[in-house]
Ligand binder design. Structure first.
Ligand code: CCH
Length: 286
């Protein structure tokens, strides 16, 4: 049993549970990255509401947002870790799991600090609809991500996470993976955005996505309308091209923007202690 606040063994146990032969592409990694992102991506800079602190997704108001469909799988994967280290908060566990998963899948080492609490301030509950809608275009992406405080370059860098995992018809309604090896973090997503021909396809449920079918390997890859939007806007396209040709720059920029994402709404002192949370107040407790 490790002592409270010692995250090294927690990291090791998260790394161990990534291997899931029965699940998706054999890894819990991608869905854990999505859990970390959706836990943080509700942030609104103007009202200082939402963000990873509080782990609000445990409750129906946020967890039941259709945008979060399927993320219960990620939370269930992490339950044994929470049981083994009861002192860790869900807010820390979910963000740490994303960071560990990225690293284990060959991605960069993203700085992570603990200290988030599971206290949810009712007055700061994010309304639904703050996460992006994949059926939209570039204006919507700016609207969503500028609200969190991200610029064009950061939007494109973050989108590179679609190198991981897949869409599920029973979750978002979209279907398929972006790259051939969706459990390996790389800049392949950007390279395929530029190098393949993407054709619009209407799914049985009426949603439109973009696909490329490779005759030789008989595999179909996909892009969401929001992914394609990155190539239809000059300001975004500049960064798609940069990250497609320069993996090092992508890794460096992704590191910065993902660590910024999981710190949204959190204020720390010089020692890293979180200042703007009050675990003693009423409200939800885990
Ligand atoms: Fe994403 N994402 N994402 N995404 N996403 C989906 C899956 C993943 C959008 C829509 C979708 C980011 C940004 C966006 C991941 C990480 C990030 C799915 C399929 C949709 C739809 C869900 C399903 O069916 O299971 C849209 C729109 C945006 C706008 O920018 C960002 C930012 C990140 C992280 C930094 C990961 C990883 C997945 C794969 C999940 C899995 O279960 O395999």
């Amino acid at each position: 049993m490790s002592k409270a606040g010692d995250f090294a063994p927690v990291r090791q146990d998260i790394a161990k549970l990534l291997h899931q032969p029965e699940y998706d592409d054999g890894s819990a990694g991608p869905v854990l990255v999505r859990l970390a992102w959706h836990s943080a991506g509700t942030y609104d800079a103007e009202t200082d509401t939402g963000g990873s602190n509080g782990a609000g997704m445990r409750y129906e108001a946020e967890g039941g947002d259709p945008a979060n469909a399927g993320l219960q799988h990620a939370r269930v994967f992490l339950e044994p870790v929470k049981a083994k280290y009861p002192w860790i908060t869900y807010a820390d566990l979910w963000t740490l799991a994303g960071v560990v998963a990225i690293k284990e899948m060959g991605g960069p080492d993203i700085p992570w600090l603990g200290g988030r609490t599971d206290y949810v301030d009712d007055s700061k509950l994010p309304p639904r609809g703050r996460l992006p809608d994949a059926a939209q275009g570039g204006d919507h992406l700016r609207w969503i991500f500028n609200r969190m405080g991200f610029n064009d370059q950061e939007i494109v860098a973050l989108s590179g996470a679609h190198n991981l995992g897949r869409c599920h018809s029973d979750r978002s309604g979209f279907e398929g993976a972006w790259v051939n090896n969706p459990t390996r973090f790389s800049n392949q997503y950007f390279r395929l955005l530029l190098s393949l021909q993407w054709k619009k396809k209407t799914l049985a449920n009426g949603l439109e996505q973009f696909v490329n079918y490779d005759e030789d390997s008989e595999t179909e890859l996909m892009m969401l309308p929001t992914d394609i939007a990155l190539t239809q806007d000059k300001a975004f396209m500049k960064y798609v091209e940069l990250y497609a040709r320069d993996k090092e720059t992508f890794f460096a920029d992704f590191t910065k923007v993902f660590s910024k994402l999981i710190e949204l709404g959190i204020v720390r002192d010089g020692e890293g202690k979180i200042l703007n949370t009050d675990n003693q107040k009423g409200g939800y407790h885990s």
